[in-house]
Write a protein that binds this ligand. Structure first.
Ligand SMILES: Cc1cc2nc3c(=O)[nH]c(=O)nc-3n(C[C@H](O)[C@H](O)[C@H](O)COP(=O)(O)OP(=O)(O)OC[C@H]3O[C@@H](n4cnc5c(N)ncnc54)[C@H](O)[C@@H]3O)c2cc1C
Length: 498
């Protein structure tokens, strides 16, 4: 068990723990407060299971008024709060703090309104991503962003992480598919941003909230846009003798003006793990596999399949199959969607990274990863949102072997540095959380980080909401601008950082 460096515990808060728990029981009567060590174990980590920490107390409110009272109470008494949805974050965004209330939104699990005429659904934040599609599919609609965790992750968590999925190449990330939120600020104030209308006046605060990782407010309602299901969707499985050829094929498909509904790539270790797990019919004699989905009217899809097939042949594809039924299309995707658990079967532990690169840099980054894999003596399997340039290297390690977790962490950090070096970014869709927090200065200057921190200070000047996440140091808001970060070296050792 390990925990990254986190803000120092607030002794005054811990001394008052009993009183705080009693007050939480008054605000949320019934079953909504969990305080025994045994029961809190279920909440000690999120999807980044390498890190664990018991919270001070877990509170599961049911109403907006309760969320507002909890935050107001904590604000007035200087108590930290960590929001949590379903706890599937892969960057440790919902990792508890030992002196904080863990505010779990899973009881907010109702769809409040389905408005087909305006193509909108209003949902509570604890509704699962897939739950939205399930609620509207009888009328031929669906919610487009489809993280692989969609059966479990909450729409509130999706907003906080600006989550994506295999279909985001064509249909956009969460940010492009939400219309409005209701959220509670740390002071307890309830505000609404956006709505069913298409645009709002003033600053794009909805955009700011999307991807804010629980640092600016707690989302208590989400209005999403739903889409009509395309008339036809067919997927192609295309195998290549090298990742370079597959990468070149991806670049040429995009350059030809074709926007597939999804375009995913897997390398040999990931192909074998997924095929062994779900028997999707993947070719096992290739180094790289592309899954390309095309959707729209039948005639257009047929035409695009031909064009993609030609581009693939030109780039040396050795195998190519096109799905002929919905079952077959689902089977092609099943392997990709189950790639993470599949890799979990071939290694005791894995560490999933999430960086984004310009697509043309793929061969260089894959080569760099092979070198790093040798340097650290750890295997890596790659799944990749090829169309978006979003990499998901899975580093295989064994947490029971002393030092392996640390090696995996160092390997992962080097991969992300490589992404930044080739003109990419530290994250794609999993957020910064604690995982990439200390790498932020690799990408942002002192001024960039100060400006981002000023936004945080405008919403939560006392750093009570999800502290220790996203920013590599605890900035006292009044001192902003006095911190100098030079080439990732941060002086002023007296300031708390983690
Ligand atoms: C197997 C697996 C596959 C995955 N695949 C994908 C993928 O394809 N694409 C992708 O983008 N992600 C993926 N993820 C990551 C994860 O599912 C997403 O980040 C998801 O959006 C997290 O939702 P959650 O409800 O679990 O949030 P949590 O993990 O509970 O929290 C995530 C962050 O959101 C904040 N938060 C949660 N709820 C609220 C709220 N109501 N108000 C304010 N802040 C809140 C938390 O403080 C935390 O910072 C995957 C995870 C797993 C385990």
């Amino acid at each position: 068990m390990s925990t990254p460096r986190m803000p120092e515990l607030n002794a005054a808060t811990l001394e008052r723990r009993e009183e705080i728990v009693a007050d939480m029981r008054i605000i949320v009567p019934g079953e909504g407060v969990v305080e025994s060590e045994a029961e809190m174990r279920a909440f000690e980590s999120d999807g980044l299971t390498a890190y664990r920490q018991l919270p001070m107390v877990v509170v599961l409110p049911e109403t907006v008024a309760q969320v507002s009272r909890i935050l107001k109470y904590c604000h007035e008494r200087n108590i930290r709060v960590v929001p949590r949805g379903s706890g599937t974050s892969l960057s440790g965004g919902a990792l508890p703090l030992g002196d904080a209330v863990l505010l779990v939104m899973s009881r907010f699990n109702r769809i409040l309104e389905i408005d087909f005429a305006n193509r909108a659904v209003v949902a509570q934040p604890g509704v699962t991503n897939l739950g939205i599609t399930r609620a509207v599919e009888h009328e031929g609609f669906y919610y487009a962003p489809d993280p692989s965790s969609q059966i479990a992750c909450s729409i509130g968590g999706n907003v906080a992480e600006n989550s994506g999925g295999v279909h985001c190449l064509k249909y956009g990330l969460t940010a492009n598919n939400i219309l409005g939120v209701e959220m509670v600020l740390m002071t307890g104030e309830v505000i609404r941003l956006g709505g069913k209308h298409l645009d709002a006046e003033g600053y794009d605060l909805l955009g700011l909230m999307t991807g804010s990782e629980g640092l600016l407010g707690v989302v208590t309602e989400v209005t999403v846009r739903i889409l009509r299901k395309p008339e036809t969707a067919r997927a192609m499985l295309i195998g290549f003798p090298s990742s370079e050829q597959a990468g070149q094929c991806v670049a040429e498909i995009i350059a030809a003006g074709i926007v597939p509904a999804g375009m995913e790539m897997m390398d040999r270790p990931a192909i074998h793990a997924a095929e062994d797990f779900v028997h999707a019919g993947y070719p096992l004699d290739v180094e790289a596999l592309l899954i390309v989905e095309l959707d729209g009217p039948q005639a257009e899809v047929d035409h695009l399949i031909e064009r993609v097939g030609e581009i693939a042949r030109r780039n040396g594809a050795t195998t190519s199959r096109v799905s002929n039924s919905e079952e077959e299309r689902a089977a092609f995707w099943a392997g990709r969607k189950a790639a993470f658990p599949a890799v979990g079967r071939i290694s005791p532990d894995y560490y999933c990274m999430d960086g984004t690169i310009p697509r043309k840099e793929l061969p260089r980054v894959l080569a760099g990863m092979r070198t790093l894999s040798e340097k650290y003596g750890l295997r890596v399997a790659n799944v990749f949102h090829a169309g978006d340039g979003n990499l998901h290297p899975l580093i295989l390690y064994d947490a029971n072997k002393p030092g392996e977790l640390e090696k995996a962490e160092a390997f992962g950090a080097d991969i992300l540095r490589l992404c930044v070096r080739v003109g990419g970014v530290l994250t794609g869709e999993h957020g910064v959380g604690v995982e990439k927090r200390d790498l932020m200065p690799e990408m942002f200057t002192e001024e960039d980080l100060n400006q981002q921190m000023r936004v945080k200070c405008a919403f939560d000047p006392n750093h009570l909401l999800n502290p220790g996440k996203m920013f590599p140091q605890l900035h006292r808001c009044a001192e902003l601008g006095r911190m100098h970060i030079h080439r990732g070296q941060m002086p002023f050792p007296d300031l708390e950082r983690f």
